[in-house]
Design a binder for this molecule. Sequence first.
Ligand SMILES: *[C@@H]1O[C@H](CO)[C@@H](O)[C@H](O)[C@H]1NC(C)=O
Length: 336
Amino acid sequence: MVMKLPYLGSCLFLVFFSLVSIVASGSGKGLPILSFDEGYNQLFGDDNLVIHRDGKAVHLSLNERTGSGFVSQDLYLHGYFSASIKLPADYTAGVVVAFYMSNGDMFEKNHDEIDFEFLGNIRGKNWRIQTNIYGNGSTSAGREERYNLWFDPADDFHQYSILWTASNIIFYVDNIPIREFKRTAEMGGDFPSKPMSLYATIWDGSDWATNGGKYRVNYKYAPYVAEFSDLVLHGCAVDPIEFSSKRCDGTQSFQLTTSITPSQRSKMDSFRRKHMTYSYCYDQTRYKVAPLECVINPREAERLKKFDPVTFGGGRRHHGKRHHHMQASRSEADSI
Ligand SMILES: *[C@@H]1O[C@H](CO)[C@@H](O)[C@H](O)[C@H]1NC(C)=O
């Protein structure tokens, strides 16, 4: 995440945490949906954030003046976080919508982050999504993956969810797991392990979002409006002032379902075969040797290589690509 967020206060806090147990059925069904005022605060963007009359759905818009965003009132250590999101339609190059967890405002040098980033596109091309993870300031080691979707995310609401436990992180789209990131011993602090807030933002990513900044946001099509509903914050809240956990005090005891069932796993595999367009594990321009957590699948390597021989090996090199890749470690692939 490139965006710098307003400073919300610093506290060096020790979290003595009794994680009673959290539940996230992975499906998100039946989980409590907080109204905006109960769970979130506006982060920026003045009246570009609009709360709907039911108090539960929110519009975030981007115009020539500003983007907008909101943040959870609480910090969470682990949990299930979800939103139904409808992205702006039509020409959206350079527009970035992000749904993510971070503690970058408290830990400037060693923050953690779990990202869903939606990258707008030129007319006729769908949005693409990117997932990424940073732990303890591991920003030099990007762990991006990018995908296209099996639907047009601007047509209707779809559910995007993050499950974060002490041992793994799972990203879901419409309850289908699309990525599982497991904690390994070698990873050390690179696995997110400090409490984070949940954020949703829309902003102008002209400088990096579409083809390395080739297509900029065109404000002729503004405002760009992203709609959010069914916001679920289901984890152990850690109050940064009281240093205590409010929602895991026994009255609501939860249980985390952290594993992926065989049928979900086969859906995940199929999704990744059909829709993954980039994985850091196979990016030979960035990693001569793939990071240790990567399990290299030769068929996957072949498939990605056909898709982009420059990045994934075996091909000619475009002029100037090196430079872009440094910068683009957190941005979109070079091909649309
Ligand atoms: C996280 O980063 C800090 C500061 O760079 C370091 O002191 C600490 O050991 C790291 N923690 C882990 C678990 O690697």
